[in-house]
Design a protein around this ligand. Structure first.
Ligand SMILES: Nc1nc2c(ncn2[C@@H]2O[C@H](COP(=O)(O)OP(=O)(O)OP(=O)(O)O)[C@@H](O)[C@H]2O)c(=O)[nH]1
Ligand SMILES: [Mg+2]
Length: 453
């Protein structure tokens, strides 16, 4: 679906601002060759150069002074990232040079790019769909290997392909229903009610499957929020420090040491964990500690995973465990027994046995944390994952329409109602891949990008 894209030509620095070995200035649009040629002296005219070739030369200013020697990469439409004619100028990485070259380009028929505008053009020119455009931002912003793999999965179009298949099925089904309406008087049916119910149910369960990947997809993309909670003095802060390999939180033998929630990030096996060390939970008259304990409970509510820490001196607190079960899903709780160095063999343990002092059992704890984060799912690299709230919401909308279609079909009501719902369900799926868009959706998606992308 290559749409012809006649727009102004845009320029931006594509590499981070500041000093570096090289910087890359990106220019995209129909005037880019003419504009670059005006400031470039090289062996070849850029507009005549083949696509995907690189050319050495000098950038000169209005007084014919050399600004820098550069390499210019040439891309002819439609075979560029944006789908337009495009040049990328590699310069020495000095902000003064960059400023000068961009100024020289701006004096021609070129303007500064808006955030995400290169990617937006790639989308509008049909080079990528909307989920892939969003994945470009995710790839750039990934903080862990796992989130990078998730973004890669989306950029490769796994989600788009799945959505496209479902959307086509929906459109086909509603076409059959509509055909039936046209031939209602002849009493010809193109899809019988049983077949229709089967189709709708099939698509509902596929959407359910996609929705089920969301909590995993989101954790992989944004990191896993882990609350370290337990009674005072069990060694929560010691465990945090052990995991971080630094003395981040104050540790003392006095119960009630930690008051504020302490937040730190750590990568374990390529997954980002955001750890929240909290105040030990107990009844306290102390105003500050009371607030700390209040915040501990908040941390449990907001966590994807709870490390419920106990110590071998005092044993497992069933009463606090019951309280935690009310604050979060039990499957999110990992019971940990700390201070195992203080007890002999044969001590019966509820949970993972560890010692923050000696490091005993910590590897087992990490394995369990990873396992819990993956939620027992056997998702492979090829499983389409939903990790974006916008996609999640569109899927929910689509599901609601399908459920309404199902009710109508079960009541054997007129096909008109069914087809309206099926069409609406298809529109919601179309919104995910950008087949159906509004300016609001596009602005929302692309404003999150940086300039130059
Ligand atoms: N022997 C032994 N002592 C430990 C271990 N972990 C922590 N401790 C000691 O237990 C005491 C309490 O440790 P903290 O890490 O401050 O405990 P906490 O759970 O953060 O306590 P609060 O912040 O008061 O709720 C300190 O004296 C630690 O040195 C361990 O594995 N073995
Ligand atoms: Mg503490």
């Amino acid at each position: 679906m290559n749409r012809v894209f006649i727009e102004d030509t845009i320029v931006a620095l594509a590499t981070p601002p500041g000093i570096g070995a090289i910087s890359v200035i990106r220019v995209s649009g129909s005037d880019c060759f003419v504009a670059a040629e005006k400031i470039f002296v090289g062996k070849i005219k850029l507009s005549r150069a083949s696509s995907h070739t690189i050319h050495y030369g000098k950038i000169i200013d209005e007084d014919a002074l050399v600004v820098d020697d550069v390499l210019i990469s040439v891309f002819h439409n439609p075979n560029s990232f944006t789908g337009e004619d495009c040049v990328e100028i590699s310069t020495h990485g000095n902000p003064i040079i960059i400023k000068k070259i961009i100024e020289l380009l701006l004096k021609q028929n070129i303007r500064l790019a808006e955030p995400g505008e290169f990617t937006k053009r790639a989308f509008l020119n049909g080079r990528i769909d909307l989920t892939q455009a969003e994945a470009v931002a995710d790839v750039i912003n990934s903080h862990s290997e796992a989130s990078l793999r998730g973004a890669r999965n989306q950029l490769d179009g796994l989600l788009s392909k799945k959505i496209n298949v479902l959307r086509e099925q929906l459109i086909n089904t509603s076409s059959f229903v509509e055909l039936g309406l046209d031939f209602a008087e002849e009493d010809i049916e193109f899809i019988d009610n049983i077949e229709l119910l089967k189709k709708i149910n099939g698509i509902i369960s596929e959407i359910d499957e996609l929705l089920a990947t969301y909590s995993f997809g989101r954790m992989i993309r944004d990191g896993v929020n882990v609350a370290l909670v337990g009674k005072p003095n069990v060694g929560k802060s010691s465990i945090l420090n052990y995991i971080l390999k630094e003395s981040r939180a104050i540790v003392s033998h006095i119960p009630g040491t930690t008051r504020d929630v302490i937040r730190e990030e750590v990568l374990i096996s390529g997954v980002l964990f955001r750890l929240f060390d909290t105040a030990g939970i107990r009844l306290s008259e102390d105003e500050i500690e009371k607030e700390g304990v209040f915040r501990s409970r908040e941390a449990v509510r907001n966590a994807d995973m709870v490390l419920f820490i106990n110590d071998a001196e005092h044993g497992f607190s069933t009463e606090l465990y019951s309280e935690l079960e009310k604050l979060t899903k039990p499957k999110n709780i990992i019971a940990v027994m700390n201070k195992m160095d203080l007890v002999g063999e044969g001590y019966s343990v509820t949970g993972v046995a560890v010692s923050a002092k000696t490091g005993f059992g910590m590897k087992d704890l990490f394995v369990l944390m990873i396992k819990n984060a993956l939620g027992g799912n056997n998702y492979s690299e090829k499983t389409p994952l939903v990790s974006n709230l916008r996609h999640y919401r569109c899927l929910i909308k689509s599901l609601e329409c399908l459920k309404s279609a199902l009710i109508t079909a079960k009541k054997n009501l007129s096909g008109e109602y069914i087809s309206v719902d099926l069409r609406a369900a298809a529109v919601s799926l179309g919104e995910i891949i950008g087949e159906v868009t509004t300016d609001d959706i596009l602005n929302n998606v692309f404003s999150k990008f940086c300039i130059g992308k």
